[in-house]
Design a protein around this ligand. Structure first.
Ligand SMILES: [Zn+2]
Length: 260
């Protein structure tokens, strides 16, 4: 199993990241992609990826941090992206749900990172919340220049999924889909995603699956729970979990160009 979205640089993992990675391995997670969300976090993500075998990282600036995007950002990220452990540009995109950075700042940072992905030849690792139309408008001119494009933590509608799939995007599915209230719409559209475009992620420490039995004492999510998400997604798609595991691992190798 491969977890494409682990926020291992989160302060929630500072004290015990060794144990978190070990527990994940013991639970069958053979690889993970550590998310970079700002210049500093991308540096830390790379340092963690260099420290743990089977770990890779992204280099990018999250829409929440888009106000930090400046003239030097592309150069700084591109410098990080030279490390062999950095296999994607991002997390980047638009989040008009909370607007921690202004929409203008988000659009500028997103476009800058799409250009960087095109220039470096790395795939782009994207985030989109409440911004679907604008997201596509900004992404479309870059599509034929990108080696690959992943929309992580997809939680949109069936039409939005179709728009993304038509454009060749890979969709990352998190434990959001396990939520017995918020996750139902996503659960219903799971079968329309071709297995060859599906990626699995925990987005730890966020989005602890709500249907774990027994419920863990801590609300902190960990990559160790990826197997639960895989089994649930496979069941709702009426597919064999081992088969889906193999396919999603092949997807990881194809889009990120890594061997694990
Ligand atoms: Zn995200």
């Amino acid at each position: 199993m491969f977890d494409i979205g682990v926020n291992l640089t989160s302060s929630q993992f500072v004290k015990d990241s060794d144990d978190v990675v070990l527990r994940a391995r013991e639970a069958g997670v053979s690889g993970m992609l550590i998310t970079g969300t700002s210049l500093r976090e991308s540096e830390r993500a790379l340092a963690l990826a260099q420290r743990y075998p089977g770990c890779w990282s992204t280099a990018g600036i999250h829409p929440h941090d888009a106000s930090t995007w400046g003239e030097e950002s592309a150069g700084q990220l591109s410098h990080l992206a030279r490390a062999p452990q950095v296999v994607a540009i991002g997390e980047c995109g638009l989040d008009f749900n909370r607007n921690f950075s202004t929409p203008q700042q988000q659009e500028q940072a997103f476009t800058g990172q799409l250009a960087l992905a095109a220039e470096t030849g790395l795939p782009v690792f994207m985030h989109c919340r409440d911004a679907h139309e604008r997201f596509l408008q900004l992404l479309d001119p870059w599509l034929d220049k990108l080696s690959g494009a992943v929309l992580h933590c997809f939680t949109g509608t069936a039409q939005e999924a179709r728009d993304c799939l038509d454009r060749g995007l890979y969709l990352g599915i998190t434990g959001w889909v396990c939520d017995e209230r918020r996750g139902l719409a996503l659960r219903a559209l799971l079968p329309m995603i071709p297995a060859q475009r599906l990626l699995l992620e925990t987005d730890a420490p966020y989005l602890l699956p709500r249907d774990l039995q027994p419920k863990p004492a801590s609300r902190r999510n960990e990559p160790l729970w990826l197997g639960h998400i895989l089994r649930q997604v496979a069941a709702w798609r009426q597919e064999d979990a081992e088969w889906l595991e193999k396919i999603t691992e092949e997807n990881v190798r194809r889009v990120f160009g890594i061997a694990f």
